[in-house]
Design a protein around this ligand. Structure first.
Ligand code: NAD
Length: 482
């Protein structure tokens, strides 16, 4: 008996309905039986006054079906605050964003013939994209970069599992750990540790700026790249540029229990309703969905029919063909349907297996320590007064307490004590206080007392405890700090 899958289908905004209709028709033509639950999200929902852009009925549908194919959603300016796309990823804890970058036969690019075929596995929920921002002073903004051991472990394991499922040999981890030693460094350290459990896969760390350089110089060297959220966002758009643009970039948002498949591109409102846009990215997102469901034969049939259509038959949409003689979106989909069963002579489909989704403990505290100590305090102050004066005021304020002023820095550069005339100071200063007795563990009431004294003559915005975990500092030094 044929299995019928229940799948949530979100047509989306702008070009979304055109590209998802093409994908749906092609998937149906393979004979895979799908009961599509068509649901709303995006611009129209925002206009109705729902601030999230995602109605409860859509959430319930994905909860039930566990799998969704989604068109792009606009983030209208003036309605709602958050992107409905990000809301969906967060609601369903879709922590892994898988973005394959494979050269498409017949698509002319400067990289044609280089055999580009890699996958970017991007962390999808943490990092600067957690969107936790505060104005520290009227002229200084701050965005928190949150990286957790758990988030790193999940995405790193997923990357190795993707490598195994797709028969790939190497996983590169791209980070900026040389600069952000604690946050990006956590990703690097987790990668190096987890890599030992996958001895069949070669593990390499690469600094992310070099990864961008290498992606343009020798993109064929990459197999799988795992990385943090913002790095992955940028590298994957670079990747789509290598193979012919956003029209060819599919994606999957993967969580423990839910998976949402969508193209990398947006709603391209300029082209909405014109029946000219390239549906390949959503069609290939549908192919990824079929592989997720275990329907490998249907997935390969679509991929091969697409290659034949683009390359052997030379049928392409306007983005790669130009205006004269380009196929419409619907005619392009018709051609792919007609070509189901044909195979490209040189571009075989990979031998895919189902990705074994990693199981990572649900405990919130994956890292346990036996010893901890608060050995100081960073106090972030708003001040436009000369920092030497601020330094003297702070030293007086903490006289007779358990801490002394170690230094004042601005934007991570030490200013006081000493002098550095080259530094252009802003009105946010960081005052670092250290315990006078090295072994003393500052209590909250000590800190409250210190802060009361400091606040008499200073405007402070936030404080950070300087934690020692198992004897190791949980904070970095400023440039120029001893
Ligand atoms: P976009 O991806 O919609 O379009 C940028 C350009 O890329 C288009 O003008 C077009 O030239 C090209 N392009 C995009 N898709 C194409 C396709 N299928 N075929 C051929 N060419 C294609 O980016 P944008 O204009 O910055 O964003 C428009 C809207 O989409 C915004 O509201 C944005 O928030 C939203 N958006 C949504 C998603 C998503 O749903 N995941 C992703 C990105 C942007």
């Amino acid at each position: 008996m044929t299995k019928t899958y229940n799948i949530t289908l979100i047509p989306g905004d702008g070009i979304g309905p055109e590209v998802t209709t093409a994908a749906r028709r092609i998937i149906e033509a393979t004979g895979v039986s799908i009961n599509w639950d068509v649901c709303e999200a995006g611009a129209e929902v925002f206009k109705k006054g729902q601030a999230t852009g995602v109605p409860q009925a859509t959430i319930d549908s994905i909860m039930r079906n566990k799998v969704a194919l989604k068109g792009p959603l606009e983030t209208p300016i003036g309605f709602g605050e958050k992107s409905a796309n990000v809301t969906l990823r967060k609601l369903f804890e879709a922590y892994g964003n898988i973005r394959p970058v494979r050269e498409v036969p017949g698509i002319k690019t400067p990289f044609q013939g280089r055999n580009i075929d890699f996958v970017i596995v991007r962390e999808n929920l943490e990092d600067l994209y957690a969107g936790i921002e505060h104005m520290q002073t009227p002229g200084v903004a701050q965005c928190l970069k949150i990286i957790s051991r758990k988030g790193c472990e999940k995405i790193v394991r997923l990357a190795f599992e993707v490598a195994r499922a797709e028969g790939r040999k190497t996983v590169h981890c791209a980070t900026k750990a040389n600069i952000m030693k604690l946050s990006e460094g956590l990703m690097k350290r987790t990668f190096e540790e987890i890599a030992k459990e996958y001895p069949d896969i070669q593990a390499e760390h690469i600094i992310v700026d070099n990864a961008a350089h290498q992606l343009v110089r020798r993109p064929e060297q990459f197999d799988v790249i795992v990385t943090t959220n913002m790095n992955g966002d940028i590298l994957s758009d670079l990747g789509s540029g290598l193979i012919g643009g956003l029209g060819f970039a599919p994606g999957a948002n993967i969580g423990d229990d839910y998976a949402i498949f969508e193209a990398v591109h947006g709603s391209a409102p300029k082209y909405a309703g014109k029946n000219t846009i390239n549906p390949t990215a959503v069609v290939m997102s549908g192919v990824m969905m079929l592989r997720h469901l275990g329907e490998f034969e249907a997935a390969n049939a679509i991929e091969q029919a697409l290659f034949v259509t683009l390359d052997i038959d030379g049928i392409q949409t306007r983005d790669t063909f130009g205006n004269e003689g380009a196929a419409s979106t619907s005619a392009f989909a018709d051609a792919i349907i007609k070509n189901l069963g044909r195979k490209h002579s040189t571009c075989a489909s990979r031998n895919y297996q189902r990705v074994k989704l990693p199981k990572v403990s649900k405990a919130p505290d994956l890292v346990k320590v036996t010893a901890r100590q608060v050995n100081g305090l960073d106090v972030f102050l708003e001040s436009s007064v000369d920092f030497n004066t601020v330094g003297k005021t702070l030293e007086t304020a903490v006289e007779g307490t358990l801490v002394c002023l170690k230094m004042i820095s601005s934007r991570g550069v030490k200013l006081y004590p000493g002098s550095n005339p080259a530094v252009d100071v802003i009105d946010m200063l960081t005052a670092r206080f250290s315990v006078r007795e090295t072994a003393y563990d500052l209590t909250d009431s000590d800190i409250a007392d210190i802060m009361l004294r400091i606040s008499k003559n200073n405007r402070w915005n936030h404080i950070e405890k300087l934690n020692m975990f198992d004897g190791k500092p949980g904070y970095t030094k400023a440039h120029g700090e001893d």
